[in-house]
Design a binder for this molecule. Structure first.
Ligand SMILES: Nc1ncnc2c1ncn2[C@@H]1O[C@H](COP(=O)(O)OP(=O)(O)OP(=O)(O)O)[C@@H](O)[C@H]1O
Ligand SMILES: [Mg+2]
Length: 299
């Protein structure tokens, strides 16, 4: 995928075929379509990893098969947050030393995690052969996943864009801080202006209550809808809660350690909302589409 391509990129991506074989990877038959969700923010430190890991756990508890891709190539910290010490990571797959199945680790609730590696190169710098290798590695684990959740890094680097554009659902995490709101606006602006992405879902973190979350959502969505011509859904909110940093310090999920805490109750509500909300579906299968788009390699 060439990030410099212009407006019709997204619609083109939706028709992607890989090596001319449309729908090479099919979704599982007779089941709900798998969902591919990227969690992004613009500003760093707004709670993405916390949101990804707690949602992944709750989805697993609700009976879903969840795969989390730690795509924060800069400062991978999902494993640290979960108290895991993976021996291998994506870099070993990239170097051809390990298969993807050998690097996956299991987290709380049975969620599967693909650990990132600090300092892995930009996807745009991968060679054609490396992309092909990664694609076939990733395709091998497409079966039986209900949700693929991608924890992107902060900012609008090309890697973050790759993951966001390839995912069918884009969750934007924002806090009431003005810098977080302007950065969330900025990332949606880039995705809408450059890549014609029109739909986003907002999670408002670290709020006092629902009223504050709705105010943040109303302010951001009214400006974004007017100036960017995009549509933003309100997915839910997480209250600011001192149990979160406590859990982080213990390298445990707050929903595991303090299931009755206010923020954990918010997470449960959010997880149920997400499962009730409709998945965006692309022909040929969401997960296959995601990998193909991510590693699209012009002949
Ligand atoms: N709802 C909350 N209440 C209180 N503290 C929170 C909440 N959410 C996140 N935090 C705090 O913010 C810190 C940063 O969260 P997290 O690491 O999830 O952010 P991030 O967006 O993934 O950061 P990065 O951009 O660096 O990857 C956490 O260590 C946690 O202590
Ligand atoms: Mg993070």
């Amino acid at each position: 995928m060439n990030l410099n391509d212009k407006n019709d990129q997204a619609s083109t991506l939706r028709k992607i075929t890989f090596n001319g074989k449309e729908g090479k990877i099919q979704n599982r038959v007779n089941s709900d379509p798998a969902r591919v969700i990227s969690v992004t923010s613009g500003k760093g430190g707004v709670g993405k990893t916390n949101v990804v890991s707690n949602l992944a756990y709750l989805f697993s508890e609700l009976g879903k098969k969840v795969l989390v891709l730690d795509a924060d190539m800069g400062l991978a910290n999902l494993d640290i947050m979960l108290g895991l010490t993976p021996e291998y990571n994506l870099e070993h797959v990239l170097n051809g030393n390990k298969h993807i199945s050998e690097i996956i680790v299991e987290g709380p609730g049975g969620m599967k995690i693909i650990p990132a590696s600090s300092g892995v190169q930009e996807l745009s710098e991968l060679t054609h052969d490396q992309k092909l290798n990664l694609l076939s590695e990733f395709n091998s684990l497409t079966d039986s996943i209900d949700l693929l959740i991608i924890d992107t890094g902060a900012g609008i680097s090309s890697n973050v864009m790759y993951f966001n554009l390839a995912a069918q659902e884009k969750f934007v995490v924002v806090t009431p801080e003005p810098t977080s709101i302007t950065d969330a606006y900025a990332i949606m602006k880039v995705m809408s202006k450059k890549f014609s992405e029109k739909y986003f879902k907002l999670i408002v973190n670290e709020v006092r209550d629902e009223t504050e979350a709705r105010r943040v959502f109303d302010n951001l969505s009214s400006v974004a809808e007017r100036f960017l011509d995009i549509s933003i859904d309100f997915l839910g909110f997480i209250v600011h809660d001192k149990h979160v940093p406590k859990a982080v310090r213990n390298q445990k999920l707050v929903t595991v350690l303090y299931p009755e805490a206010d923020c954990s109750l918010c997470f449960v509500k959010l997880a149920k909302n997400i499962l009730q909300s409709q998945a965006a579906v692309v022909p040929g299968g969401n997960i296959g589409f995601f990998w193909n788009t991510l590693f699209e390699t012009p002949e």
